[in-house]
Ligand binder design. Structure first.
Ligand SMILES: NC(=O)C1=CN([C@@H]2O[C@H](COP(=O)(O)OP(=O)(O)OC[C@H]3O[C@@H](n4cnc5c(N)ncnc54)[C@H](OP(=O)(O)O)[C@@H]3O)[C@@H](O)[C@H]2O)C=CC1
Ligand SMILES: Nc1nc(=O)c2c([nH]1)NC[C@@H]1CN(c3ccc(C(=O)N[C@@H](CCC(=O)O)C(=O)O)cc3)C=[N+]21
Ligand SMILES: [Mg+2]
Length: 299
Protein backbone atom coordinates (compact mmCIF):
# COMPACT_ATOMS: atom_id res chain seq x y z
CA UNK A 1 0.00 0.00 0.00
CA UNK A 2 1.39 3.41 -0.93
CA UNK A 3 -1.35 5.87 0.06
CA UNK A 4 -1.40 7.72 3.36
CA UNK A 5 -4.60 6.92 5.22
CA UNK A 6 -6.29 10.15 6.31
CA UNK A 7 -7.40 9.82 9.94
CA UNK A 8 -10.81 11.53 9.92
CA UNK A 9 -11.60 10.17 13.35
CA UNK A 10 -8.59 11.88 14.95
CA UNK A 11 -9.14 15.08 12.95
CA UNK A 12 -12.77 15.15 14.08
CA UNK A 13 -11.79 14.62 17.73
CA UNK A 14 -9.51 17.64 17.38
CA UNK A 15 -12.34 19.78 16.00
CA UNK A 16 -14.61 18.68 18.85
CA UNK A 17 -11.92 19.81 21.32
CA UNK A 18 -11.86 23.24 19.68
CA UNK A 19 -15.66 23.32 19.81
CA UNK A 20 -15.62 22.37 23.50
CA UNK A 21 -13.14 25.16 24.30
CA UNK A 22 -15.32 27.62 22.40
CA UNK A 23 -18.46 26.48 24.21
CA UNK A 24 -16.72 26.97 27.56
CA UNK A 25 -15.66 30.48 26.52
CA UNK A 26 -19.20 31.36 25.42
CA UNK A 27 -20.67 30.18 28.71
CA UNK A 28 -18.12 32.14 30.72
CA UNK A 29 -18.01 35.41 28.79
CA UNK A 30 -21.58 35.69 27.51
CA UNK A 31 -23.60 33.27 29.63
CA UNK A 32 -24.93 31.42 26.58
CA UNK A 33 -24.90 27.68 25.96
CA UNK A 34 -25.24 26.56 22.32
CA UNK A 35 -28.15 24.16 21.83
CA UNK A 36 -28.73 21.64 19.02
CA UNK A 37 -32.14 20.12 18.29
CA UNK A 38 -32.31 16.90 16.26
CA UNK A 39 -35.61 15.70 14.83
CA UNK A 40 -35.98 12.05 13.86
CA UNK A 41 -39.12 10.83 12.12
CA UNK A 42 -39.69 7.06 12.17
CA UNK A 43 -37.99 4.06 13.67
CA UNK A 44 -35.13 3.35 11.26
CA UNK A 45 -32.54 1.64 13.53
CA UNK A 46 -29.48 3.00 11.67
CA UNK A 47 -30.80 6.55 11.96
CA UNK A 48 -31.48 6.04 15.65
CA UNK A 49 -27.86 5.03 16.24
CA UNK A 50 -26.70 8.09 14.31
CA UNK A 51 -28.99 10.38 16.32
CA UNK A 52 -27.80 8.84 19.59
CA UNK A 53 -24.11 9.31 18.81
CA UNK A 54 -24.79 12.90 17.74
CA UNK A 55 -26.60 13.49 21.05
CA UNK A 56 -23.74 12.02 23.06
CA UNK A 57 -21.09 14.08 21.28
CA UNK A 58 -23.21 17.23 21.59
CA UNK A 59 -23.29 16.85 25.37
CA UNK A 60 -19.58 15.91 25.50
CA UNK A 61 -18.62 19.31 24.06
CA UNK A 62 -20.81 21.03 26.66
CA UNK A 63 -23.72 21.99 24.43
CA UNK A 64 -27.38 21.30 25.09
CA UNK A 65 -28.95 18.47 23.08
CA UNK A 66 -32.68 18.31 22.36
CA UNK A 67 -33.99 15.14 20.72
CA UNK A 68 -37.43 14.85 19.17
CA UNK A 69 -38.66 11.47 17.94
CA UNK A 70 -41.87 11.36 15.94
CA UNK A 71 -43.72 8.32 14.61
CA UNK A 72 -43.47 7.84 10.88
CA UNK A 73 -47.23 8.28 10.55
CA UNK A 74 -47.03 11.84 11.94
CA UNK A 75 -48.59 14.44 9.62
CA UNK A 76 -46.45 16.91 7.73
CA UNK A 77 -48.25 19.73 9.55
CA UNK A 78 -47.25 18.32 12.96
CA UNK A 79 -43.61 18.23 11.84
CA UNK A 80 -43.86 21.79 10.48
CA UNK A 81 -45.37 22.91 13.81
CA UNK A 82 -42.46 21.33 15.71
CA UNK A 83 -39.96 23.10 13.42
CA UNK A 84 -41.72 26.43 14.08
CA UNK A 85 -41.58 25.79 17.83
CA UNK A 86 -37.84 25.13 17.59
CA UNK A 87 -37.38 28.24 15.41
CA UNK A 88 -38.93 30.29 18.22
CA UNK A 89 -37.02 28.59 21.07
CA UNK A 90 -34.13 30.82 22.24
CA UNK A 91 -32.30 27.81 23.74
CA UNK A 92 -32.09 26.19 20.30
CA UNK A 93 -29.36 27.56 17.99
CA UNK A 94 -29.20 24.64 15.55
CA UNK A 95 -31.93 22.45 14.06
CA UNK A 96 -31.31 19.22 12.15
CA UNK A 97 -34.17 17.25 10.63
CA UNK A 98 -32.80 13.83 9.77
CA UNK A 99 -33.26 12.83 6.12
CA UNK A 100 -34.76 11.03 4.31
CA UNK A 101 -38.24 11.82 5.59
CA UNK A 102 -41.19 9.42 5.08
CA UNK A 103 -42.66 9.50 1.57
CA UNK A 104 -45.80 11.44 2.50
CA UNK A 105 -43.76 14.50 3.44
CA UNK A 106 -42.41 17.28 1.25
CA UNK A 107 -38.75 17.46 2.38
CA UNK A 108 -38.15 20.73 0.56
CA UNK A 109 -41.00 22.38 2.41
CA UNK A 110 -39.82 21.05 5.77
CA UNK A 111 -36.21 22.18 5.19
CA UNK A 112 -37.27 25.62 3.99
CA UNK A 113 -39.41 26.07 7.13
CA UNK A 114 -36.28 25.91 9.33
CA UNK A 115 -35.03 29.39 10.25
CA UNK A 116 -32.00 29.71 7.92
CA UNK A 117 -29.93 31.07 10.82
CA UNK A 118 -30.56 27.79 12.69
CA UNK A 119 -30.13 25.57 9.61
CA UNK A 120 -26.92 23.84 10.74
CA UNK A 121 -27.21 21.34 7.84
CA UNK A 122 -26.97 24.24 5.38
CA UNK A 123 -29.79 22.76 3.28
CA UNK A 124 -32.19 25.77 3.31
CA UNK A 125 -32.50 27.47 -0.07
CA UNK A 126 -31.11 30.70 1.42
CA UNK A 127 -27.97 28.95 2.59
CA UNK A 128 -27.54 27.08 -0.71
CA UNK A 129 -27.93 30.36 -2.60
CA UNK A 130 -25.54 32.19 -0.31
CA UNK A 131 -22.91 29.47 -0.70
CA UNK A 132 -23.26 29.63 -4.48
CA UNK A 133 -22.86 33.43 -4.55
CA UNK A 134 -20.00 33.57 -2.05
CA UNK A 135 -21.98 35.12 0.81
CA UNK A 136 -21.71 34.13 4.46
CA UNK A 137 -23.87 31.04 5.04
CA UNK A 138 -24.24 27.82 6.97
CA UNK A 139 -22.14 25.28 5.04
CA UNK A 140 -23.36 21.64 4.75
CA UNK A 141 -21.50 19.48 7.27
CA UNK A 142 -20.27 16.63 5.09
CA UNK A 143 -18.76 18.81 2.32
CA UNK A 144 -17.29 21.13 4.97
CA UNK A 145 -15.63 18.16 6.67
CA UNK A 146 -14.24 16.95 3.33
CA UNK A 147 -12.85 20.43 2.59
CA UNK A 148 -11.10 20.57 5.96
CA UNK A 149 -9.41 17.23 5.27
CA UNK A 150 -8.36 18.32 1.78
CA UNK A 151 -6.90 21.62 2.97
CA UNK A 152 -5.02 19.86 5.75
CA UNK A 153 -3.53 17.43 3.27
CA UNK A 154 -2.91 19.66 0.24
CA UNK A 155 -2.77 23.25 1.53
CA UNK A 156 -3.82 25.67 -1.22
CA UNK A 157 -6.20 23.89 -3.59
CA UNK A 158 -6.18 26.56 -6.33
CA UNK A 159 -5.71 25.18 -9.82
CA UNK A 160 -6.12 21.53 -8.88
CA UNK A 161 -8.39 19.26 -10.95
CA UNK A 162 -11.26 18.02 -8.77
CA UNK A 163 -13.85 15.42 -9.72
CA UNK A 164 -16.97 15.04 -7.56
CA UNK A 165 -18.94 11.85 -8.15
CA UNK A 166 -22.60 12.48 -7.28
CA UNK A 167 -24.78 15.58 -7.66
CA UNK A 168 -27.08 15.48 -4.61
CA UNK A 169 -28.10 18.67 -2.83
CA UNK A 170 -26.66 17.40 0.45
CA UNK A 171 -23.21 16.27 -0.69
CA UNK A 172 -22.22 16.48 -4.37
CA UNK A 173 -23.43 19.96 -5.31
CA UNK A 174 -22.27 21.84 -2.19
CA UNK A 175 -18.95 19.95 -2.33
CA UNK A 176 -18.41 21.08 -5.91
CA UNK A 177 -19.30 24.65 -4.93
CA UNK A 178 -16.79 24.67 -2.06
CA UNK A 179 -14.06 23.34 -4.36
CA UNK A 180 -14.93 25.99 -6.93
CA UNK A 181 -14.68 28.63 -4.19
CA UNK A 182 -11.15 27.29 -3.56
CA UNK A 183 -10.58 27.80 -7.30
CA UNK A 184 -10.21 24.17 -8.24
CA UNK A 185 -11.23 23.18 -11.76
CA UNK A 186 -14.33 21.18 -10.89
CA UNK A 187 -16.12 18.40 -12.73
CA UNK A 188 -19.37 16.97 -11.35
CA UNK A 189 -20.13 13.47 -12.55
CA UNK A 190 -23.27 11.35 -12.04
CA UNK A 191 -25.16 8.31 -13.25
CA UNK A 192 -25.43 9.61 -16.82
CA UNK A 193 -21.74 10.56 -17.14
CA UNK A 194 -20.42 8.84 -20.25
CA UNK A 195 -16.82 8.08 -19.32
CA UNK A 196 -16.24 8.46 -15.58
CA UNK A 197 -12.81 6.84 -15.80
CA UNK A 198 -11.59 9.40 -18.34
CA UNK A 199 -12.52 12.20 -15.92
CA UNK A 200 -10.97 10.45 -12.93
CA UNK A 201 -7.66 9.91 -14.77
CA UNK A 202 -7.08 13.69 -14.64
CA UNK A 203 -8.24 14.26 -11.08
CA UNK A 204 -5.87 15.45 -8.36
CA UNK A 205 -8.86 15.38 -5.99
CA UNK A 206 -11.67 12.79 -6.04
CA UNK A 207 -14.73 13.08 -3.81
CA UNK A 208 -16.97 10.01 -4.13
CA UNK A 209 -20.59 10.45 -2.93
CA UNK A 210 -22.55 7.83 -4.82
CA UNK A 211 -23.97 5.19 -2.49
CA UNK A 212 -22.52 2.22 -4.41
CA UNK A 213 -20.26 -0.09 -2.43
CA UNK A 214 -16.60 -0.11 -3.59
CA UNK A 215 -17.48 1.20 -7.07
CA UNK A 216 -14.35 3.27 -7.74
CA UNK A 217 -11.34 1.05 -8.52
CA UNK A 218 -7.68 1.88 -8.05
CA UNK A 219 -6.79 1.71 -11.75
CA UNK A 220 -9.35 4.44 -12.49
CA UNK A 221 -7.32 6.94 -10.45
CA UNK A 222 -4.46 9.28 -11.30
CA UNK A 223 -1.41 8.12 -9.33
CA UNK A 224 -0.98 10.29 -6.22
CA UNK A 225 -4.57 11.56 -6.19
CA UNK A 226 -6.21 12.59 -2.92
CA UNK A 227 -9.34 10.46 -2.51
CA UNK A 228 -12.19 11.41 -0.17
CA UNK A 229 -14.73 8.62 0.24
CA UNK A 230 -18.11 9.86 1.48
CA UNK A 231 -20.02 6.62 0.85
CA UNK A 232 -21.55 4.67 3.72
CA UNK A 233 -22.64 1.25 2.46
CA UNK A 234 -23.45 -1.82 4.52
CA UNK A 235 -22.38 -5.10 2.83
CA UNK A 236 -24.36 -8.34 3.21
CA UNK A 237 -23.33 -10.10 6.43
CA UNK A 238 -20.78 -12.91 6.08
CA UNK A 239 -22.07 -16.37 7.08
CA UNK A 240 -22.60 -16.57 10.84
CA UNK A 241 -22.35 -12.79 11.29
CA UNK A 242 -25.27 -10.57 12.20
CA UNK A 243 -24.10 -7.34 10.57
CA UNK A 244 -22.33 -6.73 7.26
CA UNK A 245 -19.16 -4.65 7.02
CA UNK A 246 -19.37 -0.91 6.41
CA UNK A 247 -17.60 0.15 3.19
CA UNK A 248 -17.32 3.30 1.13
CA UNK A 249 -17.91 4.06 -2.55
CA UNK A 250 -14.20 3.45 -3.23
CA UNK A 251 -12.54 0.05 -3.38
CA UNK A 252 -10.07 0.79 -0.59
CA UNK A 253 -7.73 -2.13 -1.29
CA UNK A 254 -6.99 -1.25 -4.92
CA UNK A 255 -7.32 2.53 -4.51
CA UNK A 256 -4.75 2.67 -1.71
CA UNK A 257 -2.18 1.16 -4.12
CA UNK A 258 -2.53 4.16 -6.44
CA UNK A 259 -3.75 7.17 -4.46
CA UNK A 260 -1.45 9.53 -2.58
CA UNK A 261 -3.93 9.78 0.29
CA UNK A 262 -7.32 8.25 1.01
CA UNK A 263 -9.99 8.38 3.70
CA UNK A 264 -11.12 5.05 5.18
CA UNK A 265 -14.71 3.95 5.88
CA UNK A 266 -15.47 3.93 8.74
CA UNK A 267 -13.21 6.50 10.39
CA UNK A 268 -12.97 9.02 7.55
CA UNK A 269 -15.66 11.47 6.51
CA UNK A 270 -18.42 10.23 8.86
CA UNK A 271 -16.89 11.52 12.12
CA UNK A 272 -16.05 14.81 10.35
CA UNK A 273 -19.74 15.29 9.50
CA UNK A 274 -20.72 15.13 13.17
CA UNK A 275 -17.83 17.39 14.23
CA UNK A 276 -18.85 19.97 11.61
CA UNK A 277 -22.45 19.82 12.79
CA UNK A 278 -21.27 20.81 16.27
CA UNK A 279 -18.99 23.49 14.77
CA UNK A 280 -21.92 24.92 12.78
CA UNK A 281 -24.03 25.05 15.95
CA UNK A 282 -21.33 27.10 17.67
CA UNK A 283 -21.13 29.38 14.62
CA UNK A 284 -24.92 29.85 14.58
CA UNK A 285 -24.95 30.63 18.32
CA UNK A 286 -22.12 33.19 17.94
CA UNK A 287 -23.94 34.94 15.09
CA UNK A 288 -27.22 34.97 17.03
CA UNK A 289 -25.53 36.56 20.06
CA UNK A 290 -23.21 38.95 18.24
CA UNK A 291 -20.11 37.12 19.50
CA UNK A 292 -16.86 36.80 17.53
CA UNK A 293 -16.88 33.64 15.42
CA UNK A 294 -14.09 31.16 16.19
CA UNK A 295 -11.34 30.70 13.60
CA UNK A 296 -11.02 27.48 11.65
CA UNK A 297 -14.51 26.09 12.20
CA UNK A 298 -16.11 27.42 8.98
CA UNK A 299 -15.23 27.26 5.27
N1 LIG B 1 -20.17 10.13 5.59
C1 LIG B 1 -21.18 10.98 5.73
O1 LIG B 1 -21.17 11.81 6.60
C2 LIG B 1 -22.31 10.92 4.78
C3 LIG B 1 -22.39 9.87 3.90
N2 LIG B 1 -23.38 9.82 2.96
C4 LIG B 1 -23.31 8.70 2.02
O2 LIG B 1 -22.81 9.21 0.78
C5 LIG B 1 -23.40 8.53 -0.30
C6 LIG B 1 -24.10 9.53 -1.22
O3 LIG B 1 -25.13 10.19 -0.52
P1 LIG B 1 -26.15 11.19 -1.25
O4 LIG B 1 -25.41 12.25 -1.95
O5 LIG B 1 -27.15 11.54 -0.24
O6 LIG B 1 -26.79 10.16 -2.32
P2 LIG B 1 -27.87 10.35 -3.48
O7 LIG B 1 -28.44 9.00 -3.70
O8 LIG B 1 -28.74 11.51 -3.22
O9 LIG B 1 -26.96 10.72 -4.75
C7 LIG B 1 -26.12 9.77 -5.36
C8 LIG B 1 -25.49 10.38 -6.60
O10 LIG B 1 -24.66 9.38 -7.20
C9 LIG B 1 -24.89 9.34 -8.60
N3 LIG B 1 -24.65 8.00 -9.14
C10 LIG B 1 -25.38 6.88 -8.99
N4 LIG B 1 -24.84 5.85 -9.64
C11 LIG B 1 -23.72 6.33 -10.24
C12 LIG B 1 -22.73 5.76 -11.08
N5 LIG B 1 -22.78 4.48 -11.45
N6 LIG B 1 -21.74 6.56 -11.53
C13 LIG B 1 -21.66 7.85 -11.17
N7 LIG B 1 -22.57 8.45 -10.37
C14 LIG B 1 -23.60 7.70 -9.92
C15 LIG B 1 -26.34 9.75 -8.76
O11 LIG B 1 -26.52 10.23 -10.07
P3 LIG B 1 -27.95 10.80 -10.63
O12 LIG B 1 -28.09 12.13 -9.97
O13 LIG B 1 -27.73 10.89 -12.07
O14 LIG B 1 -28.97 9.82 -10.20
C16 LIG B 1 -26.49 10.82 -7.67
O15 LIG B 1 -26.14 12.09 -8.16
C17 LIG B 1 -24.31 7.47 0.34
O16 LIG B 1 -23.57 6.29 0.47
C18 LIG B 1 -24.62 8.06 1.69
O17 LIG B 1 -24.94 7.06 2.64
C19 LIG B 1 -24.29 10.82 2.85
C20 LIG B 1 -24.28 11.90 3.70
C21 LIG B 1 -23.30 12.00 4.77
N1 LIG C 1 -30.36 16.11 7.78
C1 LIG C 1 -29.38 15.22 7.61
N2 LIG C 1 -28.09 15.62 7.71
C2 LIG C 1 -27.08 14.71 7.54
O1 LIG C 1 -25.89 15.09 7.61
C3 LIG C 1 -27.42 13.32 7.30
C4 LIG C 1 -28.78 12.98 7.22
N3 LIG C 1 -29.74 13.94 7.38
N4 LIG C 1 -29.15 11.70 6.99
C5 LIG C 1 -28.18 10.63 6.92
C6 LIG C 1 -26.83 11.10 6.40
C7 LIG C 1 -25.70 10.16 6.72
N5 LIG C 1 -24.86 10.87 7.65
C8 LIG C 1 -23.81 10.30 8.38
C9 LIG C 1 -23.09 11.01 9.31
C10 LIG C 1 -22.10 10.42 10.08
C11 LIG C 1 -21.79 9.09 9.93
C12 LIG C 1 -20.73 8.48 10.79
O2 LIG C 1 -20.38 9.01 11.82
N6 LIG C 1 -20.16 7.30 10.40
C13 LIG C 1 -19.09 6.65 11.14
C14 LIG C 1 -19.38 5.26 11.64
C15 LIG C 1 -20.79 4.77 11.65
C16 LIG C 1 -20.93 3.32 12.15
O3 LIG C 1 -19.92 2.65 12.40
O4 LIG C 1 -22.09 2.91 12.26
C17 LIG C 1 -17.87 6.51 10.24
O5 LIG C 1 -18.01 6.60 9.01
O6 LIG C 1 -16.79 6.30 10.78
C18 LIG C 1 -22.48 8.37 8.98
C19 LIG C 1 -23.47 8.96 8.22
C20 LIG C 1 -25.36 12.13 7.85
N7 LIG C 1 -26.46 12.33 7.13
MG1 LIG D 1 -24.55 16.97 6.06
Amino acid sequence: MSADVIDGKAFAANIREKVAAEVARMKETAGVTPGLAVVLVGEDPASQVYVRSKGRMTREVGMESFEHRLNDDVSEQELLDLVETLNADPKVHGILVQLPLPGHMDSEKVINTIDPRKDVDGFHIQNAGRLMTGQKSMVPCTPLGCLMLLRDRLGDLAGLEAVVIGRSNIVGKPMAQLLLNERCTVTITHSKTKDLQAHLKRADIVVAAVGRAEMVKGDWLKPGACVIDVGINRLEPEPGKEKGRLVGDVDFASASEVAGAITPVPGGVGPMTIACLLANTVTACCRENGLAEPEGLTA
